[in-house]
Structures are given as C-alpha cells and as structure tokens.
Design a binder for this molecule. Structure first.
Ligand code: SER
Length: 338
C-alpha cells in the first residue's frame, strides 16, 4: 500500500511556509514537501518527508509517483516577476516546464488511483496586463476574462499554465479512445500581492509592501521602488491560505470556472507607508521609483473582481486593511523582531 499524501512544491517559499504550518497544525494530512533549498527547520515537524530537489528532475518526480499515493498537489514553486525578467528563459523552464511535469505526474497518479488528483495552482494578478495608467484607473475591479495581456515572463507563464491546467482537466489526449477517464482536477487562484508577518518575498514586484513593513520593524531605512500613488490589490497570508483551502475543499460541481480572482484590500504605496509609519513612527522610508519595476506595477490592476469566488465557493476575506495591519501584521511582526 502506498501512503496517501499531500504534495507541496516550493515548500520553502512564502506560501509554502503559510500552507505547511497551517495544514501541519491540523494533523489531518501527511505532507510531502519539495524545494530546491533545504527546508526551514520550523517546517520540518509538519512534514512526513522533505525532498530537496528540482521540479525539472523527472527521475525524482518518477520516484515520488512510485512511492506515494498523492491526493492533492499544491504546486507553489515559481520564479516571481522581477527575478524572472533577469533570466526569462530559466523562468520559463521552471514556471512552465516545471508545471507541465507536475501535471503529467498528476495524470499518472489519477490513472493509478482511478480518480482525479486535485491540482491547486496559485496564479497571479501578473496574468493581467493593462496598457497604461489611465486604462488601469478606468478599469476598476478587473474580471478574470479581461485584460489578459501580461507584460512579464512570469505573468505570461502563469496565464499559460492556467490554460495548461484547463487542458489537462478537460481535453487531455482528447483523441484517445479512453480520454477523459482519469484526468486531473485543476483549480487556480489569481493572487494579489501577499504580505506575511513571518517571511519576506524574494524576486517579486509587489515586494515593496512587505519589504517596507519588515524594514521598518527592524529599524532599517527603506527606499520604495514605486511612486506613492501606485495602487495594487494585496492580501495577508492567513487569507491567502484560507482561499487555497476553500478552493481545494469545494465540490467540483460548484465550480463554474477553473481560475478565480481573490482579494481583500487595495492600498496605494502611500497608504502602505502611512500604516507602517503609524505602527513604527521612527521608520525611514523614501520613494525612489525604479522605472522598469514601476511599469510592471502600472500594468497590474488596481483592484480585481472576486465575485465569482464569492458566488461559487463563498469566498470572503477575513482581513480588510485595518484588521490586516492592526490585528495580524503589526502585532505579529513586533513580536517577531523584538
Ligand atoms: N507577488 C508576485 C510578484 O510580485 C505577483 O504574483 O511577482
């Protein structure tokens, strides 16, 4: 008998930390975690097994298939938007070929098990691309089907992998006689910028928010790389984890689409600064926009419409801006760095 497990890639990343700690606490799942870096010590107790390795390593993935019965895959590993621009082809390999490898693994598992494996995939607001700041201001809350012309390699990769997931779910090998039998059950969320009190993101373009906060909490000056009026949707990590788990749990029949927006609040960089300054009056923050990164932020929506997630799986965030800072970020970051 192979052991039933939940596979989490990108275990050491921001979402990996949040998800593993949360699932681990429930003690309901056997978690097999994967990452190219060694796993953070704080996560080890929650994992049945940690595999240090690359999602591009087919031998490694093959061994996983033979050893475990994988019920759900949370495929979190990815190279984020800023880092991806420094080496777009490497980003494509990790973000697209890596995802393809895991989808193939999921199909293989599904056919072994005679039931579809759930494949939970975090996509991003980077899948959108608005052509100008004026268009961004006018667009307001963007719906899933609108403005899908991403300008970054990361955004292009995310959008394409959403399509791949849909293909594997509904049309995989559609000309084969036995097609449609055991395909995967792909579900995806387009996340806004994420902020955690525990970890700092690396290589993203929404990083100015969390970086400002974590710098201030440590008394380190911070130079913000976007204009004060730049607006993006954000969400705190507990809400992000909640949304992943809600989407995983909902029954398939309720889903009218495979990709959903979620969001909670949409501060400008100045709003972020005001919250930070309020909590850490000695914080030193300057605004020195980097034109290239600014252009990426300007191409992402100021807000997204998450009414489909609300309708199909009763999504609702727990944290608005005030609660996010007053009840989660500030107290927990103060405790962390004190
Ligand atoms: N936070 C990501 C980034 O900045 C977007 O999903 O790349």
């Amino acid at each position: 008998m192979r052991k039933e497990i939940v596979l989490i890639t990108g275990a050491n990343g921001e979402m990996g930390h949040g998800l593993i700690a949360h699932l681990g606490e429930t003690k309901k799942y056997s978690i097999v975690a994967m990452d190219v870096q060694p796993l953070d010590d704080s996560l080890r107790p929650y994992c049945e097994r940690f595999i240090q390795g690359d999602i591009l390593d087919l031998m490694l993935l093959g061994r996983l298939v033979s050893e475990f019965e994988i019920r759900t895959i949370y495929h979190l590993a990815s190279i984020l938007s800023t880092k991806a621009e420094y080496n777009p082809e490497t980003a494509h390999r990790v973000n697209v070929e890596g995802t393809l490898n895991l989808l193939r693994l999921a199909v293989e598992q599904s056919s072994w098990q005679g039931r579809p494996v759930k494949f939970i995939y975090p996509s991003s607001i980077a899948a959108y691309g608005l052509p100008s700041v004026a268009a961004k201001e006018k667009a307001g809350k963007v719906k899933e089907a609108d403005w899908c012309q991403p300008i970054t390699m990361y955004g292009v990769n995310k959008l394409y992998c959403e399509h791949l997931g849909r293909y594997y779910t509904t049309n995989y090998r559609q000309l084969a006689a036995d097609h449609n039998k055991f395909t995967v059950d792909f579900r995806s969320i387009r996340f806004p910028g994420l902020v955690s009190s525990v970890t700092i993101p690396t290589g993203g373009t929404s990083d100015y928010g969390p970086e400002m906060l974590h710098h201030a909490a440590q008394g380190i000056p911070y130079s913000c790389f976007v204009r004060p009026d730049s607006r993006l949707p954000f969400m705190v990590m507990p809400d992000a984890i909640k949304s992943l788990l809600m989407l995983e749990a909902v029954s398939r029949e309720k889903l009218t689409q495979l990709v959903y927006n979620v969001t909670s609040f949409s501060p400008t960089a100045l709003d972020f600064y005001n919250q930070v300054k309020n909590a850490f009056p000695k914080a030193v923050v300057t605004f020195e926009p980097d034109m290239a990164r600014q252009a990426i932020v300007d191409s992402w929506p100021a807000d997204v419409d998450d009414s489909m997630a609300a309708r199909d799986w009763t999504w609702k965030p727990d944290y608005n801006e005030k609660r996010a800072f007053d009840e989660y970020l500030i107290p927990s970051i103060k405790a962390r760095y004190s």
